[in-house]
Design a protein around this ligand. Structure first.
Ligand code: HCS
Length: 151
């Protein structure tokens, strides 16, 4: 087995979109980090375009933290098919789903992408609010399928 959890996932067997608990990391003092695989696109069939993916990252990074102080990070996968969502001490899968749903509902009504400027971002030219909102709406439309991970 490989040490990276995702390298042990058979990407041909999953059925996007879904939300999957990828791993739990225990801290020395009883804290736990729950890392979720928020898969948007079917691996090796589809991917998000960079500007939309990037804006969705900014929007989820900002808006998720309005709902929870447990968000460590929401970051895109390099394959551009999904995001990792790392949460501190939030053990319930349904709480993670609720947080993602609330966040995406805020994304679809947002009027601007947070921090898309050269001071606050490393590639400020690569953004698309409209693209991010299309992905968010797609995920919300498929909300009933998030818990089904394998075909
Ligand atoms: N993914 C980061 C934001 C980077 S712009 C976060 O904190 O969620």
């Amino acid at each position: 087995r490989m040490n990276v959890e995702s390298f042990n996932l058979d990407h041909t067997k999953v059925k996007a979109p879904y939300v999957r608990l990828a791993c739990v990391t225990d801290g020395d003092h009883g804290d736990k980090i729950y890392k979720y695989d928020l898969r948007v696109c079917q691996p090796n069939q589809d991917h998000m375009e960079m500007p939309a993916l990037h804006s969705l990252e900014h929007l989820m990074a900002e808006l998720s933290r309005n709902h929870s102080d447990k968000v460590i990070d929401i970051s895109p996968m390099g394959c551009q098919t999904g995001f990792y969502v790392a949460l501190l001490n939030l053990p319930e899968y349904n709480d993670a789903l609720d947080l993602i749903e609330k966040t995406l509902k805020d994304v679809v009504v947002a009027t601007e992408v947070p921090a898309c400027n050269e001071v606050q971002c490393g590639w400020a030219a690569s953004h698309s609010l409209e693209g991010a909102q299309k992905i968010a709406q797609y995920l919300l439309d498929k909300r009933s399928e998030w818990t089904e991970i394998f075909a």
